[in-house]
Design a protein around this ligand. Structure first.
Ligand code: G3H
Ligand code: ZN
Length: 285
């Protein structure tokens, strides 16, 4: 069942858990997420970045996700991750995405508000939900590169003003996580999440969540995080399983045999995350 991002996150907010938002690039990743969400009866967000759309083609992404939403009986949203380009965001809205992210976080507050507000106005007029970002999350996610020195935490008072002025449905905040593989253990500012949650009425989103210790993620959920983005850990499961298989079977050329163990490992990874986020068993009819 395909639903909006807002519907999914409101349910999470009312019931005190976080929804897993998993990045998709190809059929096997989508199938792995579908299997995990279906088996655990978990609402889930399938998100595609601009890079994923460029790689797979928007028709394939939307076609695969819409088919999945018909086959698997859990609430699902199709979300654009880190939309930085106005035309790309419009393309997703026209093609049936039920949620989009406008990431104007590299701009100053005023310009971020202006750009976000414009997307909210258009998206809401056709029932599509909007996530925005305030503060700068470090690391690399597709075309977005933020160095350690550039990364800045989200200010709670700015977040309150930002949400009030833009009318966004959810807010991605910078609280110490980073995109990609961590060098050391990430230090997540749980108190800051609590402070932001106190003054911001919409669900909060944690990016760069791969590699974050599970007890930290659990504390983040308790503090008010309602959407947790995972990309790198899925990639690592995929690549690890493919490498192992090819090393053990150097003569194998059948893509089905090469990709099957990778799909199974990704499904296990997604299941593990869903249980940590507390979204298992939370699917509604
Ligand atoms: O937008 C996507 C996420 O923030 C992914 O972060 O690569 O650390 O899992 P990750
Ligand atoms: Zn992200």
């Amino acid at each position: 069942m395909l639903v909006t991002g807002k519907q999914i996150l409101e349910h999470a907010d009312q019931n005190g858990y976080a929804v897993g938002a998993f990045n998709v690039n190809n059929m096997e990743i989508i199938q792995a997420i579908a299997e995990a969400a279906g088996d655990l009866k978990a609402p889930v967000i399938l998100q595609a970045s601009q890079g994923a759309i460029k790689y797979a083609g928007i028709e394939y992404i939307t076609g695969l996700v819409k088919t999945t939403a018909e086959l698997v009986d859990v609430p699902m949203a199709l979300h654009l991750d880190h939309g930085t380009d106005f035309d790309e965001i419009m393309k997703c809205i026209r093609n049936g995405f039920t949620s989009v992210m406008i990431d104007a976080s590299k701009h100053e507050l005023e310009e971020n508000i202006r750009l976000t507000k414009e997307i909210v106005r258009i998206a809401h007029s056709v029932g599509v939900s909007v996530e925005a970002e305030l503060g700068k999350i470090g690391g690399t996610e597709d075309h977005i590169v933020v160095s350690e020195a550039e990364a800045t935490y989200t200010d709670p008072e700015e977040a309150r003003i930002f949400v009030e002025e833009t009318g966004v449905d959810s807010l991605a905040i910078a609280v110490g996580t980073a995109h990609g593989v961590y060098k050391g253990e990430p230090k997540v500012d749980i108190e800051r999440i609590k402070e932001i949650d106190r003054v911001v009425p919409v669900p909060l989103v944690l990016h760069g969540s791969s590699g974050v210790p599970y007890d930290t993620l659990e504390s983040a959920v308790k503090a008010g995080i309602r959407k947790i983005n995972i990309d790198t850990d899925i990639r690592a499961s995929f690549a690890g399983a493919v490498k192992e298989f090819v090393e053990a079977n150097p003569g194998e050329i059948d893509p089905r045999k090469i990709l099957k163990p990778a799909r199974a490992r990704m499904a296990d990874t997604v299941k593990e995350k869903i249980k940590v986020f507390g979204s298992d068993g939370k699917a509604w009819k």
